[in-house]
Design a protein around this ligand. Structure first.
Ligand code: UN1
Length: 495
């Protein structure tokens, strides 16, 4: 019998009010049910928001360093449970163990960063233009945060949002992706054990349409942090905008790696294999376009196809496997649809292009590593986010053209260039339109203490990670202290 899980609302583990449930299945073997979860709705969200609101004055009254210590304990508990959670995550969403361990590690790093931040939650002191007057800024909590997260980084992404939100003194309602509810459950257990006030964290499982939108529309939710597709992000922003909610959106990408003719080709090859096929291509930062200088194009494609054809595909729990399944049936169909579109558009398929059904893989949502060459920058497979192991190769004849092609999409999350020419590297740093640029590294590999986010339709200008996410989760108060004992009129009495 599969384990029955519950929501965590108002300090208690409870079923959905409707009594309905949904199944969480292993994408590497759809016969395995990981757990049964509550299929919640607006009525569950209403209770969760009310609890978060009640907890807010109490949670924000705790000194920031003390909240940091609670998050430190959460980090310690993640360390203790790292292997167990990594295994659960691999069963739940398919990526290989090395990657799910990395995902939990990103949560650990984020917890320890938050712990440190608790003792340096800086404001500014700034001179006044008037005598005997003191100016400063301080950070204030905002209120109830709605946290809506995807399935591709089931621990890292929730922790990027939840740890800073809590450190800043906000309480929250958390809706994890319905493909990865068990990892989210483990995170909430850990936060409670670490000492987060129970009503401050509310977990509501269910679909984006019913639970997610109920959070976004709830008048008593003050801010929304969402990672997912640009299409859904636009709907969330429009809805939340009606109440002037603060919204942070981390959305789609169509990330490219450029390889110049002077690049270390072996290094660039390792980079694109990891960037395009790591996490089965299901990262917002995945490399889905490869822009090759014409002088090395044919040689590099040959090297790439050879190596990509040898990627070992299978159940991510097997340490020899290099690439797991995609998340579910619907996603596999979308990927396959894009392969057909690419062929119809006239791109040349040189590897893969079909579901992968060898042996045990028959029972899972596997897809072969897929490479297209002769791709034109305007083709849909070079413009739209596919979220699968599909790479589109585009040939160019100069650095300028490479950067123009790289910039020529609606998105701008991550980017990469392989070159030995320091001038080319600095031009790329200056001219690439993206939130993240790697020099001689793949498009994936963000570190938790650096700002993370993108330009154009990848987001709405906010950054997660690093020190910047603390700006999103706090309100700035400007304070003036006049100790002159008289009315001093700024701009007037001093002129
Ligand atoms: C994501 O794809 O949504 O840089 C996040 C990386 C990871 C985070 C990716 N550290 O690929």
């Amino acid at each position: 019998m599969a384990k029955r899980y519950q929501n965590f609302i108002a300090g208690k583990w409870v079923d959905a009010k409707s009594g309905e449930t949904f199944e969480d299945r292993n994408p590497a073997n759809w016969e395995e049910v990981i757990g049964i979860f509550p299929k919640s709705g607006k009525e569950d969200v209403d209770e969760a928001v009310a609890a978060a609101r009640r907890a807010f004055p109490k949670w924000k009254a705790i000194p920031v360093p003390e909240r940091g210590e609670i998050l430190k304990r959460a980090g310690d508990l993640l360390v203790a449970r790292k292997e167990e959670i990594a295994r659960l995550m691999t069963r739940e969403m398919g990526k290989i163990l090395a990657e799910t361990r990395g995902d939990v590690q990103e949560g650990i790093d984020t917890a320890y960063y938050a712990f440190g931040e608790g003792r340096r939650f800086f404001g500014h002191t700034v001179p006044s233009e008037l005598p005997n007057k003191f100016n400063m800024t301080m950070r204030m909590p905002i209120g109830v945060a709605g946290i809506i997260t995807p399935w591709n980084f089931p621990m890292a992404i929730p922790s990027w949002k939840i740890f800073p939100a809590l450190l800043c003194g906000n309480t929250l309602v958390f809706k994890p992706a319905s493909d990865t509810p068990a990892t989210a459950n483990a995170l909430v257990e850990i936060l409670l054990e670490a000492g987060v006030m129970p009503e401050a964290i509310n977990l509501v499982h269910g679909s984006g349409a019913s639970v997610g939108m109920a959070i976004v529309r709830h008048p008593d939710v003050d801010l929304i942090s969402f990672t997912g597709s640009s299409a859904v992000g636009k709907v969330i922003n429009a809805e939340a905008g009606k109440d002037l909610k603060r919204v942070s959106l981390e959305l789609g990408g169509k990330n490219a790696q450029i390889v110049m003719d002077d690049a270390d080709l072996e290094l660039a090859l390792e980079g694109v294999l990891w960037g395009a096929f790591g996490t089965t291509g299901q990262r917002c930062t995945a490399t889905s376009r490869l822009i090759l200088h014409e002088k090395i194009h044919d040689q590099f494609v040959e090297m790439l196809v050879d190596r990509a054809s040898k990627i070992r595909i299978g159940n991510g729990l097997d340490e020899n496997v290099q690439m797991g399944p995609v998340i579910n049936q619907a996603q596999r169909e979308i990927i396959h649809q894009y392969v057909r579109i690419g062929q119809e558009e006239g791109a040349k398929l040189v590897l893969g292009g079909h579901p992968y059904e060898e042996g045990e893989c028959k029972k899972g949502w596997f897809y072969a590593p897929t490479i297209f060459v002769d791709v034109k920058p305007s083709m849909r497979i070079a413009q739209e986010e596919i979220f699968g192991p599909v790479l589109s190769v585009i040939k160019v004849s100069s650095l300028e053209e490479a950067i123009a092609v790289l910039n020529g999409t609606r998105y701008g999350l991550s980017s990469s260039i392989y070159t030995q020419d320091v001038n080319a590297a600095y031009r790329a740093i200056r001219d690439i339109e993206a939130g993240i640029t790697y020099i001689n590294g793949p498009t994936i590999g963000a570190e938790c203490h650096m700002p993370f986010g993108g330009v154009k339709e990848t987001g709405n200008g906010h950054r997660e990670g690093g020190w910047t996410v603390y700006d999103f989760f706090s309100e700035i108060k400007t304070v003036y202290v006049d100790f002159s004992g008289r009315l001093q009129r700024a701009q007037i009495d001093n002129r």
